[in-house]
Design a protein around this ligand. Structure first.
Ligand SMILES: Cc1cc2nc3c(=O)[nH]c(=O)nc-3n(C[C@H](O)[C@H](O)[C@H](O)COP(=O)(O)O)c2cc1C
Length: 383
């Protein structure tokens, strides 16, 4: 059964007829406000939209820039900006959207639980070069969900209803989007959530197919993403564990989603968006060699240094966060050495020893071991 909105609140372009009248199929053309034209074009291009997942402390301006040099996604999400009654939009987020060097549209994400404050922040964000304002309903970090924000909100659907109502009223110039998980402890809330999303005419929903409790470890439950696609009139992006062009095709086929959002897969393999495009165009795709990955790590080191004089030790620590994803499956010794490195020299000696070769690299982290390793490192972060 499909769920369609009958809400007449301002702020949404009239897509209801287009989606609802045709039954469960999404509308062939999805309309958005004029300032979201680039997103509208991507959604209506006939090709799946490839989006960069929001990742706290990762998807900042330097990472966007570097990713764009490898082909990059069609849409760039910011990391989240925390909202409460006296907050301002995060400076790093503002810098990314104001200086966006990618040539592609940006979506800014907010996290919080105060409907009025979120509406105010969303309204303010519209004054900046974004094609949409996104609400985070997925963060599993205890420090966030205990305050009933991010994934914590999935325990209080009435509050989500109020927040979406307020934000929908406030976001009139660009699209209003939501990124969610499929529940908190279990998936009971999911149908109610879809009804709320439809009622408030959300323009685009991204579904990470895990509950909050499942963090990053479990299998992704793509059936729930398919359910969202079938139930909603708006486009849906599928998120979770897309590491290769083959997997991308499977997830698209399994979910029927309008596109894919990719997170950890592109930290590990910044070529992934280009690989998916090549694969879909029937051109085949290249796996990077060890030496190409080594070059990427060198560029990441330089690109993400806040200033030239940034303390070496701090930059090495910063690199360890990315390397948890890059290093999965290379060899246990590699990540062990990386984790112990305290100087640039130690760090790159380990990289050279393991990556200075011409063999193609695995795109997919080693099952379980890799996901467990990555999960431990992201457990205190969001999504
Ligand atoms: C380091 C890290 C930080 C994250 N930060 C956010 C965030 O700020 N907002 C959000 O909605 N999701 C966040 N997520 C979740 C991702 O957006 C994504 O939903 C999740 O990683 C699953 O996709 P993947 O398997 O492609 O990585 C984060 C994930 C990671 C690994």
């Amino acid at each position: 059964m499909a769920i369609f909105s009958s809400d007449t609140s301002p702020g949404a372009v009239q897509n209801v007829g287009a989606g609802g009248a045709k039954g469960a199929e999404p509308p062939s053309i999805w309309r958005l406000p004029a300032r979201s034209r680039a997103l509208e074009q991507a959604l209506n291009s006939g090709e799946p939209v490839l989006a960069l997942a929001p990742m706290q402390d990762v998807t900042d301006l330097p990472f966007w820039r570097l990713l764009s040099e490898y082909g990059g996604p069609d849409i760039y999400w910011t990391e989240y900006s925390r909202v409460h009654s006296t907050s301002n939009i995060d400076r790093a987020v503002l810098k990314a959207i104001q200086e966006n060097p990618t040539g592609r549209p940006a979506i800014a994400q907010l996290i919080g639980n105060d409907a009025e404050a979120l509406a105010k922040a969303a309204s303010e964000l519209q004054g900046h070069p974004v094609v949409a304002v996104d609400l985070n309903l997925g963060c599993p970090a205890p420090v966030v969900y205990r305050k009933c924000a991010g994934g914590g909100l999935l325990r209080e659907p009435e509050r989500i209803d109020r927040i979406l109502g307020a934000m929908r009223q406030a976001v009139t110039d660009v699209a209003f989007t939501v990124k969610t998980r499929i529940g908190f402890d279990d998936t009971e809330v999911f149908e109610t959530l879809l009804e709320i999303v439809a009622r408030h005419r959300v323009d685009l929903l991204t579904v990470h197919g895990r509950t909050v409790r499942e963090m990053y470890r479990s299998e992704v439950r793509y059936g729930f993403i398919r359910r969202a696609v079938e139930a909603l009139g708006c486009p849906v992006l599928a998120n979770g564990n897309v590491y290769s062009p083959g997997r991308a095709e499977q997830v698209l086929a399994e979910t029927g989603a309008r596109g894919l959002m990719i997170g950890r897969g592109c930290i590990r393999n910044p070529w992934i968006f280009g690989q998916i495009r090549d694969h879909r165009a029937g051109r085949g795709f290249r796996r990077p060699t060890g030496r190409e990955v080594l070059d990427y790590v060198r560029r990441l080191y330089e690109a993400t240094q806040p200033t030239a004089g940034f303390r070496e030790r701090l930059q090495v620590e910063k690199m360890k966060k990315y390397m948890n994803f890059v290093g999965d499956g290379i060899s246990p010794d590699f990540l062990h050495r990386i984790r112990r490195a305290t100087t640039r020299d130690e760090f790159f000696t380990a990289c050279n020893d393991h990556l200075d070769h011409e063999r193609p690299m695995d795109l997919v982290p080693v099952p379980n071991v890799a996901l467990e390793t990555s999960a431990e490192t992201v457990e205190e972060t969001c999504g």
